[in-house]
Design a protein around this ligand. Structure first.
Ligand SMILES: Nc1ncnc2c1ncn2[C@@H]1O[C@H](COP(=O)(O)OP(=O)(O)OP(=O)(O)O)[C@@H](O)[C@H]1O
Ligand SMILES: [Zn+2]
Length: 664
C-alpha cells in the first residue's frame, strides 16, 4: 500500500514532527530533505517517517525534495530523539546540527558532488614503545571483541598519543568497521591531518566548518554512502554518519571546544559516549591533562583496578615522552608595567642566537585590555555588554564578548575627562619584540590574526623552521609538535585564576601544562618560564612540577568539600531579556516554581545576576541547580519548563545548560 503521509522535523523548537501529504508519484523516504509549506513560506525539513495514518486535521502537500536520496541516517534520527530527551530540546533542533546543509543542490546537481581525491603515500613507520604497544594491543582486543568500552588515554605531552590514534583507526578499517577522530581545531592540527591523509587516502573525510560548503557536503555524503570510512573533524563531526564505527576518538578531551554554544548545548564527549554505547564501539579519550571529572571516573571504574566495575572503563597512562624529555620549568616575577621581564627577554635572545625556536604565550587578545578615565576613573565599557572594551592596534576598540567595534575615542563618555590605556595584550608584546629584535622572524596567532592570515601556512612555516618566535593566545598551546622549540614563555601566567568559576584553576593549570609541553620535543632539552604576579600561587607551583596527579588530588578534594562536579551535577538555567526588570521578575518566578519541586538531593543557588550581567543588550539572570539526582531533575524540568516558556512571550528567553562548563 502507498504510504501517503510523511512526518518531518524542522529546525525549530517544536516538540512534535509535522505531517504532510506526499504527492502521488513522488518517492521520498525517511532521511530525505524536503521543502514543505509552513504558514505562508516554505521551509526545509527532514523526513523521519512515512506512513498511512491520516491525521485528523487538514494537511498540506509537501513541496519538493531538496536533494535526491537521504541526507541523514536512521541512526542519526534516533540520536536526535535521544538528544531531545537528554538536553530538553526539540528533536528537529538536534537533527539539524548533524549535517552540512546542501547548498543549492538539486536532483540535477547530484553529478557535481565531486569530493576530494586523496592519494595515500607510505608513512615512515615507527616502532611503538612498550607503553604505547600496551595500550594499542588492548584497544585492538576491545575492537575485535566488538563491544563497547571507554578508554582514557592520559599521556604526558609528546608521549605519542597520535600514533596510537592512527593505528587504532587503521585497525578499525582492517576489521571492516569505521572510525571518527575529533580534534579541537583543524587548522591547528596540520601535522596530524597530513599523517591521516597519507595513511587513509580516499577513505578519509574531513568534516569541519572551514571547508567550502560544496566540498564539505560532498564528503559528508561520501561518509553516509559508506565510501569514506574514516572521519576527522571538529565538534559536529561526532555526528558523522559512518556506519558501525569501531572507534570514536577525542583528542585533547579536556578542550572546551567540544561544547556547543547554542541550543541544544550538547557536549561532543557525551554524544560520542552515547553513540559508542548504542553502536558497540570503543570510545578513546586522550589528553595530557584530562578533565578532573574524567580522571575521577576513569580511576574509579577502571576494570583492572575494580573488577566489580559496572562500566567497561580503562585508564591508561603514558608516562614517557616518545622523544625528548619533559622541559625544566621556572617561575619568574612579572616586572611592574613591562611587557616582558628582563630575564625572559635575555632567554629569548639567547635562544634566537643559537638558532632555536621560541613559543611565547599571552592568553589575551588585543593591544591593551583597559581604557580608563583619568578623571572619573570609569572604565570604557561595551555599550551592549557589561565588559570593558579592549584597544586593538589598528585604533579600534573591541568587545570580545559580542564583537562590538568603535573607533578609539579621546574623551570619557561620562565626564569628558582624558582617557588612559593600560595593560598589555598579545599585539603589544608582538610589537615590542619586533622593535627589540628586528632580525627575528616573528609571527602571531590568535583569533584576530586567524581572521586575516592563513593559520595553516604560519604553522607549516614554523614547523619548517622559517619562524623564530611564535607568539599568541591559547591557540599556540595546542598540539604543536616542533622539535626545534627549546624555549617556551608564558606571560601573565596567573591570569584567569581569580575568575568566579569553580573550573578556573583547572583551566589555567591545563593551559600551562599544554604550552609547557611544546618545549623540548626534539633532541635538545626544553626550558619554560612562567611569568606571574603571584609567583607562589599553588596552581603555578604544581604546573612547574608538571605534576598532574597532585593537582588532581587537591582539586578533587576541593570539589568534594564544596559539592561541585563530579560529586554533584550542575544544571544552569538562565533567563535573558532586553528589559532588566523582566529578566529579574521571570527568574524569580522560575525559582519559586522550582523550589516546590526540589528534593533533599537538590540545592538551588540563586537567583542571581550572571557575572556577565549584560551581553549583547540582554540582561542575564541565572539559577544553578546542584544535584545528586540529575535524571529526576531533568524530568521535573521537562514537565514544568514548557508551560513556563509558553508564558514568557517574546520578551524573555530561557537558556538551559546541563553540566555547564562555565557560569559566566
Ligand atoms: N614510538 C615512537 N617512536 C619514536 N617517535 C615517536 C613514537 N611515537 C610517537 N613519536 C613521535 O613523538 C612525537 C610526539 O608524539 P605526539 O605528537 O603523538 O604526542 P602527543 O602525545 O599527541 O602530544 P601532545 O599531547 O603534546 O599533543 C611525534 O613527533 C611523533 O612522531
Ligand atoms: Zn559587547
Amino acid at each position: 500500500m502507498f504510504h501517503r503521509y510523511i512526518d518531518v522535523l524542522l529546525p525549530y523548537p517544536l516538540d512534535q514532527s509535522l505531517t504532510y501529504l506526499l504527492p502521488e508519484g513522488l518517492e521520498v523516504d525517511a532521511g530525505w530533505m524536503v521543502e514543505v509549506p509552513l504558514q505562508n513560506r516554505t521551509e526545509r525539513a527532514v523526513v523521519v517517517e512515512r506512513h498511512s495514518h491520516p491525521p485528523d486535521v487538514h494537511i498540506k502537500e509537501m513541496a519538493t525534495p531538496v536533494f535526491e536520496g537521504p541526507v541523514v541516517s536512521e541512526a542519526q534520527i534516533e540520536l536526535a530523539r535521544w538528544m531531545a530527551e537528554h538536553y530538553l530540546c526539540a528533536p528537529g533542533e538536534a537533527l539539524f546540527k548533524m549535517f552540512p546543509s546542501p547548498h543549492r543542490l538539486s536532483k540535477k546537481a547530484k553529478s557535481d558532488l565531486a569530493s576530494v581525491e586523496r592519494p595515500t603515500s607510505p608513512a615512515e613507520s615507527l616502532i611503538l614503545n612498550d607503553e604505547q604497544s600496551g595500550v594499542f594491543s588492548l584497544l585492538c582486543d576491545e575492537l575485535d571483541a566488538g563491544r563497547h568500552s571507554v578508554h582514557l588515554l592520559h599521556g604526558i605531552t609528546g608521549s605519542g598519543k597520535t600514533e596510537i590514534y592512527i593505528r587504532a583507526l587503521q585497525h578499525a578499517l582492517d576489521i571492516k568497521r569505521s572510525g571518527i577522530l575529533l580534534v579541537p581545531e583543524i587548522s591547528l592540527t596540520v601535522q596530524t591531518i597530513n599523517r591521516l591523509q597519507s595513511t587513509f587516502g580516499n577513505e578519509l573525510a574531513l568534516l569541519h566548518s572551514g571547508r567550502r560548503p560544496k566540498e564539505r557536503f560532498a564528503e559528508y555524503m561520501d561518509v553516509l554512502a559508506g565510501r569514506r570510512r574514516i572521519v576527522v573533524g571538529t565538534r559536529s563531526a561526532v555526528f558523522a554518519p559512518v556506519s558501525r564505527p569501531g572507534i570514536i576518538i577525542l583528542d585533547e578531551e579536556h578542550d572546551a571546544s567540544y561544547r556547543e554554544h547554542s541550543t541544544p548545548r550538547y557536549d561532543a564527549r557525551q554524544i560520542a559516549r552515547r553513540r559508542c554505547e548504542t553502536e558497540s564501539s570503543v570510545l578513546l579519550l586522550g589528553s595530557a591533562t584530562p578533565r578532573v571529572e574524567m580522571r575521577y571516573a576513569a580511576e574509579r571504574f577502571d576494570v583492572r583496578r575494580n573488577p566489580e566495575s559496572k562500566a567497561r572503563f580503562f585508564y591508561h597512562r603514558l608516562t614517557e615522552r616518545a622523544r625528548g624529555a619533559l622541559p625544566d620549568v621556572q617561575i619568574i616575577e612579572q616586572q611592574g608595567d613591562a611587557d616582558i621581564s628582563r630575564t625572559l627577554l635575555l632567554e629569548i635572545e639567547k635562544n634566537f642566537e643559537s638558532g632555536r625556536q621560541t613559543v611565547l604565550l599571552l592568553n589575551r587578545r588585543g593591544y591593551q585590555p583597559y581604557i580608563q578615565c583619568r578623571t572619573c576613573k570609569s572604565v570604557v565599557e561595551c555599550p551592549r555588554c557589561s565588559v570593558g572594551l579592549t584597544a586593538h592596534r589598528d585604533g579600534r576598540l573591541l568587545c570580545h564578548q559580542c564583537g562590538w567595534t568603535e573607533r578609539e575615542m579621546k574623551q570619557c563618555r561620562s565626564c569628558g575627562g582624558p582617557l588612559k590605556k593600560q595593560g598589555t595584550a598579545v599585539q603589544k608584546v608582538e610589537e615590542y619584540l619586533l622593535t627589540r629584535f628586528p632580525s627575528m622572524r616573528i609571527e602571531r596567532l590568535d583569533t584576530d590574526a586567524a581572521a586575516k592570515i592563513d593559520v595553516e601556512d604560519v604553522l607549516s612555516r614554523f614547523l619548517q623552521g622559517e619562524i623564530d618566535l611564535l607568539t599568541g593566545t591559547q591557540m599556540i598551546a595546542k598540539g604543536l609538535d616542533s622539535p626545534g622549540v627549546t624555549l617556551v614563555g608564558v606571560l601573565q601566567a596567573d591570569r584567569g585564576l581569580a575568575l568566579p568559576d569553580f573550573r578556573a584553576q583547572e583551566r589555567v593549570f591545563s593551559l600551562l601544562m599544554q604550552v609547557a609541553g611544546r618545549a623540548g620535543r626534539g633532541e635538545e632539552a626544553g626550558r619554560v618560564f612562567f611569568e606571574a604576579l603571584n609567583t607562589e600561587h599553588p596552581v603555578l607551583l604544581l604546573a612547574r612540577e608538571q605534576n598532574y596527579d597532585r593537582f588532581f588530588a587537591e582539586e578533587i578534594a576541593e570539589r568534594r568539600e564544596s559539592g561541585y562536579p563530579p560529586f554533584k551535577r550542575l544544571i544552569r538555567i538562565l533567563i535573558r531579556s532586553r528589559e532588566e526588570a523582566v529578566a529579574v521578575k521571570r527568574i524569580e518566578e522560575l525559582a519559586s516554581l522550582l523550589t516546590t519541586e526540589l528534593s533533599d538531593k537538590d540545592e538551588l543557588l540563586g537567583p542571581a545576576p550572571a557575572p556577565l550581567t549584560k551581553l549583547h543588550n540582554n540582561y542575564r539572570y541565572h539559577l544553578i541547580l546542584k544535584t545528586t539526582a540529575p535524571d529526576r531533575l531533568r524530568g521535573v524540568l521537562k514537565e514544568r519548563l514548557p508551560a513556563f516558556k509558553a508564558r514568557l512571550g517574546e520578551k524573555a528567553f530561557v537558556e538551559l545548560e546541563f553540566d555547564p562548563l562555565d557560569m559566566l
